[in-house]
Design a protein around this ligand. Sequence first.
Ligand SMILES: O=c1ccn([C@@H]2O[C@H](COP(=O)(O)OP(=O)(O)O[C@H]3O[C@H](CO)[C@@H](O)[C@H](O)[C@H]3O)[C@@H](O)[C@H]2O)c(=O)[nH]1
Length: 143
Amino acid sequence: MPFVQQVAVGRRECLSVFGNDYNTPDGAGVRDYIHVDDLAEGHICALKKILSMEGGCITHNLGSGHGFSVLDMLKAFEEASGKPIPYKMGDRRPGDLATVIANAAKAKADFGWETKRGLEEMCKSAWNWQSKNPYGYEDAPKD
Ligand SMILES: O=c1ccn([C@@H]2O[C@H](COP(=O)(O)OP(=O)(O)O[C@H]3O[C@H](CO)[C@@H](O)[C@H](O)[C@H]3O)[C@@H](O)[C@H]2O)c(=O)[nH]1
């Protein structure tokens, strides 16, 4: 996502898509993307759960349970930003898996958490921030 955003804002010429021959609907890698606000709320729920426990350790996965490909993300971001995102197909990145999707059933069962925000909201929100802060928390280059 950061690279998609940087193309939209003009900091990169295009996105390199790492692989188009995976066993996925469009051949690109599939991931379980999550809105940062959903992730933050999940952490708050987890912290409340820890405070209610008398010690011990518990592990939860946070995710939507749905996968989107790199090309799905790219198209959704084009719509949210109104900017074209040029891309080129590249080789697979060593170590990448075809598909990574979280199973957050335990988080829902233990503290009632699940994602509330979808792909469109993720992209709109990311574009709102990136378009106002093209260099993120860093200063723009001097020249
Ligand atoms: O320029 C890019 C960057 C990424 N991708 C693809 O975009 C998807 C997401 O990539 P990335 O944001 O790097 O996330 P992951 O591959 O899911 O890996 C992240 O999530 C893993 C599981 O939490 C961690 O192990 C890794 O360190 C962390 O980078 C993958 O299909 C990549 O192949 C591209 O096509 N082009």
